[in-house]
Design a protein around this ligand. Structure first.
Ligand code: GDP
Length: 326
């Protein structure tokens, strides 16, 4: 039975990846940070077969302990401070976790594996936020990185450190440059879930308005369930590599609002949306659109959920949950 260790098990991707690996017959271990982490209960309920280990990406010795206990064939580093807006508020902490945490886990694997480094395959969750002020459209693995937030800078460090460990030590290390990926499990601070929750609440008469920031930004949004499958495929390749994972279609926040309100049969969405500068960021990533040609040809990967289906799925899920709680 292959064994996998996932950092960031409490997040959206951690849960989807754990389900995928358990389905494939893996023995799955998940790293949980902090004393009495409130999300531990979510993990126990959603993926009860995952074996939970205590540890923190900022604590190298805890990572070594987790590796010794889990003896993994594959390590997926999904743990991070992941909310772009928050990364300006706590830039140093974001750097410690999202950047230096990658170095810590790479180094822990190197120390743990000793002379047989080929026995542990590594996945790093890199991000389209590294493209920031985009230097080419669409963005591929060779597009120059120009991050625009402390989060983007931290992810860029992790991306290059992953490449560096591959090149320096011959580690089977892969970096997935994932464009925005969403689901009913997305945190409510992210724009898609904020909108799906808000639209469901407005439809049920529980909320009057949705207060938003920049409506002109464009993102390439896919379904998280599809994207964790790409992660697994990367680690099944004979060599590590870097892969863009994206749908190749871009939409504005305006499009997102129109699609979400239309999913509950409210065509005149502008009436319900207000603006507040507090949702603007010190620097914005205006437009992301990914070129996943390499993932398609090498990994035989393709997205299965369209933007419209994704928005519909999220709004319906929030509508059902809110209705059930009434
Ligand atoms: P990001 O691409 O990782 O920053 O994902 P987000 O879902 O947080 O934001 C996507 C885009 O939505 C960004 O360009 C934000 O500026 C924009 N946006 C506009 N209004 C809001 C809002 O109220 N909340 C969030 N999170 N983003 C917003």
């Amino acid at each position: 039975m292959p064994r996998a260790l996932i950092t960031g098990i409490t997040g959206q991707d951690g849960l989807y990846l754990a389900e995928l690996l358990l389905d494939k017959g893996y023995d799955v271990f998940g790293l949980i940070r902090g004393q009495n982490n409130p999300k531990a209960e979510l993990v126990a309920r959603t993926v009860p077969d995952v074996r939970v280990l205590a540890g923190d990406l900022t604590d190298l010795s805890s990572l070594l302990r987790a590796l010794n206990t889990s003896q993994p064939d594959e390590v997926y580093n999904l743990g991070a401070i992941s909310f772009v807006a928050y990364s300006w508020e706590q830039a140093s902490l974001t750097t410690d976790v999202t950047a230096k945490g990658v170095l810590n886990i790479l180094e822990a694997i190197r120390l743990y594996a000793g002379s047989d480094l080929s026995g542990v395959r590594f996945y790093q969750a890199s991000s389209s936020e590294m493209f920031g002020k985009v230097q080419h459209v669409p963005q591929s693995e060779s597009t120059l990185l120009w991050p625009r937030s402390p989060y983007g800078v931290a992810k860029t460090f992790g991306h290059y450190m992953t490449i560096n460990y591959r090149e320096s030590y011959g580690m089977h290390a892969s970096s997935g440059i994932l464009f925005n990926h969403e689901s009913p499990r997305r945190g409510p601070e992210f724009v898609t879930r904020k909108v799906s929750l808000g639209v469901a609440a407005i439809k049920l008469g529980l909320q009057e308005k949705l207060v938003m920031g920049n409506l002109e930004a464009r993102r390439d949004w896919g379904f998280a369930g599809d994207y964790v499958d790409a992660m697994w495929r990367m680690l099944q390749q004979p060599e590590g590599g870097d892969y863009v994972v994206a749908t190749g279609v871009t939409h504005s926040i305006r499009d997102l609002l129109a699609a979400a309100f239309s999913a509950v049969d409210i065509p005149e969405w502008e009436k319900y949306v207000e603006h507040d500068d507090r949702f603007l960021r010190p620097a914005e990533v205006d437009m992301l659109i990914g070129d996943a040609t390499k993932a398609k040809s090498t990994l035989d990967w393709a997205p299965t959920v369209t933007f419209g289906e994704l928005v519909q799925m999220m709004v319906e899920s929030d509508l059902a949950a809110l209705t059930a709680s009434l």
